[in-house]
Write a protein that binds this ligand. Structure first.
Ligand code: BES
Ligand code: MN
Ligand code: MN
Length: 455
């Protein structure tokens, strides 16, 4: 039996196993789910043990890390697989067509929170390894596996975990499946990820909500002011106006621009799929460049004043906004947080008090595209999906990839199996069953391909 035959034979069981994994509400951001996080980690550990891995759960100051290994021979290359079992909060629940933690297949897609981000994708890697083990009795490489529970939230204890367990995690290359393909017919290797910097701004006005009839016109309204300040974050060309924001930004180089140009993208289709009549963003760059290779500044959520039914005539006493900025190479999250704080404080009127809470972030990632590891990975993707993958840059962030380089000295292969319209972080998150299965095949072909790389 070949690994692919094993995968074909066990398809139903494999989906059942994944659906069980998806049934844990492992929402890392909310403390009420602490127990679910532990239960999910324990289930995963038991599953890995049953496959034949030596497995251990490491508690951290936050959520536990599941670590597993299958060591064959120190002379063989060692591959470090990384993924996350935590998921984003499923809210708003009323927009889900089926319950977020009860996976359901409709029209060739499985729907559930975590379907592709990242439970479905790390599970594809695990099931690919299982197929090789069951079909051949061993693995052609040494495997180490880290599945963590704090990717989707702050703060993360994983960088400290990696520093502490540097020796245990010694490897030759990292494999991460937590990104998308370019399209339904075009698998991809991601060579760039944007970084991220996060702040929350609070604007305080009068010491309590005031009657907007009695007091309107006499004091500054913090919500009006917050909106005005947010409005001043961009100019009319969509450029971010924070002084020094673009200092050191490396524009996409010729090779990158060329990769972008080769990708079959249509703005018309993109607009249609998103339900917008025109696109926005920074002038002078194509949509793919703006989404992958240019920095941004976005409000993710805003609060202030009355939000209930009907009207309530008040001058609210405060307003706040959560802001994240996506970073490209050359930008530093701490520096960017300091710059936006300084700017927001400068443009605020004297009549309000402004507080900026900075939570830092992560630098952008660019991985080498000429490595033998990457060539090998491309071959495995071709075996799994039938198509040669393209190179692309992703707008999303996977902060820990920086630490793999900095702490362990390792490059990462970003080979993702999802689609950009799979509703990541959104209601009705999904994963095409075919993409999952082809992902499992890729994962089953990967060890042999990587085994051939000389270390
Ligand atoms: N898997 C995503 C990152 C991603 C998203 C890669 C889209 C490629 C395309 C990851 O789980 C994620 O959501 N990361 C967060 C990081 C943040 C919470 C620090 C992100 O990008 O917002
Ligand atoms: Mn993810
Ligand atoms: Mn995510």
């Amino acid at each position: 039996m070949t690994p692919f035959e094993y995968l074909r034979k066990t398809e139903k069981k494999r989906l059942d196993d994944l659906f069980r994994f998806l049934s844990f509400p492992s929402v890392s951001a909310k403390s009420e789910h602490k127990k679910d996080m532990v239960a999910c980690a324990k289930w995963l550990k038991a599953h890995l043990v049953a496959i034949g891995f030596k497995t251990k759960i490491y508690p951290t100051a936050g959520h536990p890390v599941v670590y597993a290994e299958y060591l064959v021979d120190p002379k063989l290359p060692t591959i470090l697989y990384y993924g996350h079992y935590d998921v984003q909060p499923p809210e708003p629940l009323e927009l889900w067509k089926s319950p977020p933690f009860k996976a359901e297949v409709r029209g060739g897609y499985m729907y559930a929170r975590g379907a592709h981000d990242d439970k479905g994708q790390i599970f594809a890697q695990i099931k690919g390894l299982e197929a090789v083990l069951k079909a051949t009795g061993t693995l052609p490489v040494n495997v180490k596996l880290v599945v963590e529970g704090e990717e989707e939230t702050h703060p993360s204890h994983l960088p400290a975990f990696i520093r502490k367990h540097r020796k245990m995690l010694k490897a030759d290359v990292v494999v991460v499946s937590d990104t998308a393909q370019f399209s339904r017919t075009l698998p991809a290797v991601t060579f760039g990820l944007r970084g991220i910097a996060a702040v929350e701004i609070f604007v305080y006005g009068p010491n309590r909500d005031l009657h907007s009839g009695s007091f309107g016109g006499t004091v500054t309204n913090p919500v009006n002011t917050l909106c005005d300040m947010v409005g001043k974050l961009h100019d009319k060309n969509g450029k971010v106006t924070i002084p020094g924001f673009y200092d050191g930004v490396k524009p996409p180089n010729k090779w990158m621009k060329n990769q972008f140009r080769r990708l079959p993208h249509s703005d018309a289709k993109y607009k249609k799929s998103l339900g917008v009549s025109a696109l926005g963003g920074e002038k002078g760059f194509t949509t793919l460049e703006r989404a992958g290779a240019r920095p941004t500044c976005d409000v993710n959520g805003v609060t202030g004043g009355y939000q209930g039914e009907g009207h309530k005539t008040i001058i609210p006493s405060m307003a706040s906004a959560k802001i994240t900025m996506r970073l490209v190479p050359g930008m530093d999250p701490t520096d960017i947080c300091n710059k936006i704080e300084k700017y927001l404080k400068k443009i605020a009127p004297k009549s309000v008090r402004v507080k900026v809470e900075k939570s830092g972030g992560a630098k952008a990632v660019v991985v080498p595209t000429d490595s033998l590891w990457l060539q090998a990975a491309k071959g495995a993707i071709k075996k799994g999906f039938g198509n040669e993958p393209v190179f692309m840059m992703e707008g999303g962030s996977i902060p820990i990839v920086n630490d793999f380089k900095k702490t362990l000295g390792l490059d990462t292969l970003l080979i993702g199996f999802s689609q950009h319209d799979d509703n990541t972080h959104s209601p009705n998150e999904r994963f095409r069953v075919k993409d999952f299965n082809n992902g499992c095949k890729t994962a089953a072909a990967l060890p042999e391909a990587l085994a051939k790389v000389e270390v």
